[in-house]
Design a protein around this ligand. Structure first.
Ligand code: TXA
Ligand code: MG
Length: 325
């Protein structure tokens, strides 16, 4: 098992030596490595069992670092960065040569984000290189939102997990790029579509593609627990699955008095932010219960609700062997 601790200096030493360290961010835990060390970057793909065509997000410590890594930065990107960083926004921009093809999977764009978790910021500030950090889960599985989640799945493979408590946002960053004059969301996430539109006008949300698994951030069967998950009207599903061992994930209502049934209510307060924060840990919990199937419902489709529904739909999508471990 990995050592779990709050020692930023220790994390810094490991990263400087080219080791991998799991780090907290406000969205989910990341599996971090020195972005300028090709061996360390390559090791991320091995440890996660991640296909090399799936590029990595580069995490920076301050706004000025953007210019070091990217060029041709559109005005709208500057507006978003100035307003939403530090925070759960990733910008997809033309890369400079300092970023290797390994990081971007050969693409000429690099994904960059400045996270807002105080421990991540302190760590990044103490380093003289940026960190690549995908979510710290085996490829295709649910992202971790606590140090223990990371330890359960990757603990054997990494030396250190920097513990920053439970992630506040709970779902990954929103990935935004620019095509011609359009602002495009490639992955819904911790900053809402509404917030981005308020700042830079209408945006297009790209649908994930199954025909082109190389379209980054867009694999349909992703974020999946190992149990079968079925999305729909919970009352209908409960009738249909009567007599089976089921787990239930609902938005705000408690549906059943039956104590035999494992049920998690994501947000008794009815807030999509609360649901986002608990989504992955709840899926994990139900996945570990003695149930045959997890029945779930979509949440209201606004704000972070869009990102939650996106994750639920992907978790419920039939597994495509190509995308799964
Ligand atoms: O909130 C987050 O973004 C977390 C935390 C740890 O920062 N990170 C994260 O990384 O979710 P990951 O690797 O699990 O998801 C990043 C997504 C991938 O689906 C990848 O395909 C896409 O971003 N991506 C990364 N670099 C890209 C690039 N150059 N072009 C297109 N898509 C890119
Ligand atoms: Mg991920």
């Amino acid at each position: 098992m990995a050592e779990i601790g709050k020692d930023i200096a220790k994390a810094r030493v490991h990263l400087t030596k080219g080791h991998l360290v799991a780090i907290p961010t406000e969205t989910v835990y990341g599996l971090a490595a020195n972005a300028y060390n090709p061996d360390a970057v390559a090791n991320i793909f091995v440890v996660k069992n991640r296909p090399s065509f799936d590029p990595l997000i580069v995490h920076i410590s301050k706004l000025e670092d953007l210019e070091i890594l990217a060029l041709n930065i559109p005005e709208k990107a500057i507006i978003l960065a100035n307003t939403l960083w530090p925070g759960p926004l990733t910008l997809l921009l033309d890369k400079r040569n300092i970023i290797s093809d390994l990081v971007t999977a050969g693409m000429d764009k690099v994904a960059i984000r400045l996270p807002s978790h105080p421990i991540a910021n302190e760590l990044l500030n103490s380093l003289d290189f940026p960190l690549v950090a995908p979510s710290a889960n085996p490829f295709g599985y649910i992202s971790p939102t606590t140090a223990n989640h990371v330890d359960d799945q990757l603990g054997e493979k990494i030396p250190y997990i920097l513990d920053g408590g439970e992630c506040n946002v709970g779902i990954e960053s929103t990935i935004v790029g620019f095509e011609d004059n359009e602002t495009v969301i490639y992955r819904l996430g911790g900053v809402s579509k509404e917030k981005i539109e308020e700042l830079v006008g209408l945006v297009k949300v790209k649908k994930h593609s199954t025909s082109n698994p190389k379209a980054p951030g867009m694999l349909r069967s992703h974020y999946a627990p190992s149990k079968k998950i079925i999305l729909g009207n919970l009352n209908d599903l409960l009738r249909e699955w009567g007599g089976h061992k089921i787990g239930v994930l609902s938005f705000k209502e408690t549906l059943l008095a039956d104590a035999e049934i494992k049920q998690i209510v994501l947000a008794p307060d009815g807030k999509v932010e609360t649901a986002a924060k608990l989504l992955f840990s709840s899926l994990r919990q139900l996945d570990q219960e003695d149930v045959e199937v997890i029945l779930a419902e979509e949440v209201p489709n606004y704000g972070l609700g869009r990102a939650i529904n996106d994750r639920l739909r992907r978790a419920a999508a039939p597994k495509e062997t190509e995308n799964e471990i």
